[in-house]
Design a protein around this ligand. Structure first.
Ligand code: MG
Length: 402
């Protein structure tokens, strides 16, 4: 019986105070999303894995999935229900016997739960991982006062994966999408229920938590650390080494009209400005390319083409932050950057501390891991003739080998 795992990872929300979607944050030297992909890819009962992503996250996805053999990702829709439907329709040509729908923000799914779900599909068309409610349940009013005690008998918390015979779930999703419940249902069991399809409850795991807040990430990290201790305390549960990668960046901007230059996010009064499409911050551009280089993720122009009007006059901190997000998506940890600005004027020294502070803030690094230096070229060359400013940078990233 062929079964494909369809992982829904198209959500872009993050409650972590960061624009990086939660499924691309780092958990134990890997992106949250990658954990479940590795589990599915390694399971003998699963013949393929497809991820539903947001179009904006393609570069993040490519880094998070590097080295894994997966089906091409598909682009999701406006709601979870729509994203799943798009994923299911994309699988129609492959015609699997069954499909497991999983939330990409549940990294700790285990093989035993997958075994139970696949077993259950031999008895019926649908089964979901769930855990019985053990706490006493209270209903409260808006003032936070109890108005009732709810009978917990027969109540379960639904998790994912949710497993179904493929043609049954595809037909159910298509039927519901045409009706009044379109876009309103929060899991696939609800779609099946709406079509009168019986769905079994299969024991899931308390560890199969959903990452919604930073505290969940910490809890998941602690659970992984415990698993590692239980398995003998290796540096990485898979024994895969974490090694440094060095990225290098270089950039030049010419002087033009203006009365200030922006260098490393700091505006410095000067008798000229720097010409460029964005804010022309040559320092942050060199740093961005260094950070991108460390994870082999292209260059600043490939992510932010100068031909795109969206980047006109934009704060280059946006570019650098995106590069740091891509490091996270690769499961890497940026540990150090070193930048040299090359110019005769303006004088960098008086602004160095402010530049270090700004870069440290953008990259969420301690200032002692940020180096900003300056030099002249002894009045030689274009920098010596005060025609422009050059910058070069290196960045060090610790990356788990795959
Ligand atoms: Mg530039």
């Amino acid at each position: 019986m062929s079964c494909i795992a369809l992982v829904v990872a198209a959500g872009r929300g993050s409650r972590f105070g960061s624009p990086l979607p939660k499924q691309y944050h780092v958990l134990d030297a890997r992106p949250v999303l990658r954990h479940c992909l590795e589990t599915f890819a390694a399971h003998p009962g699963i013949s393929g894995v497809r991820v539903v992503i947001s179009p904006e996250d393609r570069a993040l996805y490519d880094l998070a999935s590097r080295g894994l053999t997966l089906l091409e990702p598909v682009i999701g829709g406006a709601t979870r229900q729509e994203s799943v439907l798009r994923g299911l329709e994309s699988l129609a040509g492959l015609a699997p016997d069954s499909v497991l729908i999983h939330d990409g923000a549940r990294p700790l799914i285990d093989a035993a739960t997958l075994d139970r779900l696949l077993d259950s599909l031999k008895q019926g068309p649908g089964a979901i991982a769930a855990v019985p409610v053990t706490d006493t349940l209270k209903r409260g009013n808006e003032a936070g006062t109890i108005t009732a005690t709810v009978d917990r008998h027969g109540l379960w918390r639904a998790q994912t994966p949710q497993a179904f015979h493929f043609p049954v779930l595809l037909a159910a999703h298509q039927a519901v999408a045409r009706g009044p419940l379109a876009g309103t249902l929060t899991d696939d069991a609800a779609v099946a229920e709406a079509q009168g399809i019986p769905v079994s409850l299969v024991p899931g795991s308390e560890d199969n938590l959903k990452i919604t807040a930073r505290s969940d990430l910490e809890r998941a990290g602690a659970l992984l650390a415990l698993r590692r201790l239980a398995s003998g305390g290796a540096a990485d549960p898979s024994g895969v080494p974490v090694l440094p990668r060095i990225g290098k960046g270089f950039d030049v901007h010419r002087f033009g009209e203006g009365d200030q230059v922006r260098l490393c996010g700091v505006d410095i009064p000067h008798d000229q400005g720097l010409a460029g499409h964005s804010d022309a911050d040559v320092g942050l551009h060199a740093l961005t390319d260094a950070v991108l280089g460390a994870v082999a993720a292209g260059d600043i122009g490939s992510h932010f083409p100068p031909s795109d009007a969206r980047w006109r006059g934009v704060d280059s901190a946006v570019f650098l932050r995106h590069a740091a997000d891509l490091v996270a998506a690769a499961g890497g940890r940026l540990v150090h950057v070193d930048l040299t600005l090359v110019c005769e004027r303006p004088k960098i020294g008086p602004h160095r501390a402010a530049m270090v502070a700004k870069i440290a803030e953008i990259l969420d690094l301690s200032p002692d891991r940020v180096s900003v230096k300056a030099t002249t070229t002894e009045k030689l060359g274009f920098t010596g003739r005060r025609e422009g400013i050059a910058a070069e940078a290196v960045a060090t990233v610790l990356l788990r080998e795959t």
